[in-house]
Ligand binder design. Structure first.
Ligand code: CO
Length: 134
């Protein structure tokens, strides 16, 4: 079902500093910050040869990243995103297997303009998984 690793998302306490570190210290190609109000984050995308890194910083009052940073003040890996061909088929197969699909199971449009869903971390070894239809 799952295909390529689309990205690894890292919650960061200082978006500008984290972006500068990836650009200047690690020598990566770092994009401009993008506000994603539907997801409560500001994101910076980093293009690597084989995948992407997304730096996430809270946006707005009810950001899911704010609570994560409260528990992990120095930041940390927030989720990983796998590509799927058909997000509704993937959702239905996962739900049938007993996995919990977050947000009522309806895909939202993600950071790359494609439908995404999130799976409960308790069902996947403590890892929040995002599925993105490509
Ligand atoms: Co993501």
């Amino acid at each position: 079902m799952i295909g390529r690793l689309n990205h690894v998302a890292i919650a960061v306490p200082d978006l500008e500093a984290a972006a500068a570190q990836y650009r200047d210290t690690l020598g990566a190609t770092v994009g401009a910050p993008q506000d994603e109000p539907d997801h409560g984050v500001t994101a910076v995308f980093i293009e690597l040869p084989n995948t992407k890194i997304e730096l996430l910083y809270p946006l707005g009052e009810a950001s899911p990243i704010a609570g994560f940073l409260d528990k992990n003040p120095s930041g940390g890996i927030h989720h990983i995103c796998y590509e799927v061909d058909d997000i509704l088929a993937a959702r239905d197969a996962l739900a049938a297997s007993g996995a919990r699909v977050l947000g009522g199971g309806e895909p939202k449009i993600g950071a790359h303009g494609k439908p995404v869903l999130f799976l409960h971390p308790k069902d996947f070894n403590g890892t929040l998984i995002e599925l993105e239809q490509v």
